[in-house]
Structures are given as C-alpha cells and as structure tokens.
Design a binder for this molecule. Structure first.
Ligand code: ATP
Ligand code: MG
Length: 283
C-alpha cells in the first residue's frame, strides 16, 4: 500500500464559457511510504493542483487518488495528512504557541497531550524562544516553520508541503531542509513541491517533473543524475591554453565534447533540459 497513489487523475478548469485550462492531465504516480518525493515543474505545471486533488480540496474531472489505500473522496483519508499550503494564512495576532494550539484544537486535541505536543513541535522547528511572540512580528522563514509545526500537530504519517521555502532566505531554507531530513528519519512520508532544485536534490529520494499537467520525467534522484554514457573532469587552476589540447585529445580519441564550462547544479541542468525538450516537442 502506498502513501499516495493516483490513477489517471485529471483536472480541467472551465475558466470561461469557451475556454478550458488543463490543470492536471491523466497523472499516474505513487508516493511510497517513508520516502521524500519532490514534485517539480515550471509555474502553472500542475503541482499545487495535484496536492489539492490529493487533499480532496478539488474535485477531479476524472480519475482517482488514494491516501494509504483510502479514496480521497472520504474525509477520513485526511486524518493522516499534514498540509503546508503555498500561501499559508495565519491569524497574525496569535502567538506561535497559540497558533499551534489553535490548529491542535481544530483537530480535536486538548489537555496535556496537546500542551506536550506544542512544546515538542516548537522545539523541533526551532521556535521555542519565539513562542510568546505574535505572528505579526515573525519573519517569512519563521512563518514557514510555524506552518510546519501546524501541519505536524495531529501526528500525520504523510506531509504535503507546497513550496516550503518560498520567499525564505538561503539560511532559513537550509533550516527547513534539515527539518525535512529530520521528518524523514522520524518515519514520515513527505511530498514536496518546489522550484528550488538544489534543495530538492538534497532531500528527495525520488522526483517527478510536471509540464502542462503531464509527468514528463520521474525516478530516483541518484539514477536520474548519473549519466553512464558520459564522463566529466572537474579541474581547478587549468590554464586557458590547455583547454584546446584537451578538446583535441577527446576528439582524436573518438569522443565528443558535449559540454564545457563552469559546473552548475546538476538537478538544475536536468530540469532545464527536460523542460526545454518537452517545449520543443510541443511546437
Ligand atoms: N482554481 C483555478 N481556476 C482556474 N485555473 C486554475 C485554478 N487552479 C489552477 N489553475 C490552472 O491550472 C494550471 C496548474 O496550476 P497549479 O497552481 O497547479 O500550478 P503550479 O505547478 O503549482 O504552479 P506554481 O509553481 O506557480 O505554484 C495553471 O494553468 C493554472 O492557471
Ligand atoms: Mg503551486
């Protein structure tokens, strides 16, 4: 049984009388229990739509989805899910502690069990010292962390995070990344939507790339990034003049220089390449 499984899941939006927009087009994918899965894709490719369909916030046009084997049409499927939306909305006049308590109560929790949980979560997300401050004074990174604490309050087995580091600076992003690694160690299953590819590369076991609502590439991060037919040297202090000789040696030996230049984030290259190819196919 998978944490998430979708079968031909589609969502079309009727934006005007004559115009339909494809949000998601026949998506088949699974998120295995205990893994961190990264859903990537350009703006408008269907990442948030996928999360909303799996959460039962959107009615699919066709197809189906299950959470731990239970149809998402059933409200009970949501009990095991924690969700951090793209633009979380919090009551600014509540303190960090009150916010987590508020969401805990919404989930039917209370008493010592909830108070202990609040302590544990504020500690986990590193907001212990700011627990009595109002959210109005929180930074973007702190708000995302309180959002994570909120999503975890009812001890869900599955977490869905929509752009958890959107608008967060690099240091805050690293903190959130480390938190996700901690959650994986705690045995949680995590589905993340993100554009921040190097971060995804560090935390995800598998990724899928969406493009116009279709899954155009999927696999284990390790496998996707290893190109067995190619070989690269990364050098330091190589003088300009030596490059020509290296190129010559490669071509004389029957090889081909596919790329040269300063090394970049590898997942980033993969992402750009895949999206560009799909773009060309569309034309
Ligand atoms: N409620 C809606 N009404 C109409 N169209 C929608 C709605 N929600 C999403 N769409 C459309 O569906 C497509 C996919 O949108 P979605 O929000 O899933 O993209 P995304 O991959 O999350 O993008 P981003 O990276 O910008 O968050 C887009 O073309 C979008 O305009
Ligand atoms: Mg989105």
């Amino acid at each position: 049984m998978h944490a998430i499984e979708t079968k031909d899941l589609s969502k079309h939006f009727q934006v005007s009388l004559r115009r339909k927009v494809v949000g998601l087009d026949s998506l088949n994918f699974v998120v295995r229990e205990g893994e961190v899965y990264g859903l990537l894709g350009p703006n408008g490719s269907g990442k948030s739509t996928t999360l909303k369909l799996v959460l039962g916030l959107f009615q699919p046009t066709s197809g189906e989805a299950t959470i731990f084997g239970m149809s998402v049409e059933r409200v009970a499927s949501r009990v095991s899910v924690g969700f951090l939306p793209e633009n979380p909305y919090f009551y600014k006049y509540l303190t960090g502690e009150e916010t987590v308590r508020f969401f805990g109560r919404l989930c039917g929790m209370g008493g010592k069990q909830l108070e202990d949980k609040i302590d544990e979560l504020l500690n986990l997300v590193g907001l212990e010292v700011h627990r009595h401050r109002r959210l109005a004074g929180y930074s973007k990174g702190m708000l995302q962390r309180i959002g994570l604490a909120q999503a975890l309050v009812h001890e869900p087995r599955l977490l869905m995070l929509d752009e958890p580091t959107a608008g967060v600076d690099p240091i805050g992003s690293i903190e959130i990344r480390d938190l996700i690694i901690k959650l994986r160690k705690m045995g949680k299953t995590v589905l993340i939507c993100s554009h921040l590819l190097d971060q995804v590369q560090d935390v995800c076991d598998r990724i899928g790339i969406l493009h116009y609502g279709k899954m155009i590439l999927e696999g284990e991060v390790k496998d996707l990034l290893a190109r067995k037919d190619q070989f690269q040297f990364i050098s330091e202090g190589l003088p300009e003049s030596a490059r020509g000789k290296i190129r010559e040696t490669i071509t004389q030996s029957g090889g081909k220089v596919v790329m040269e230049g300063n090394p970049a984030t590898t997942l980033e290259q993969l992402f750009l390449h895949t999206v560009q190819q799909a773009e060309q196919k569309k034309k």
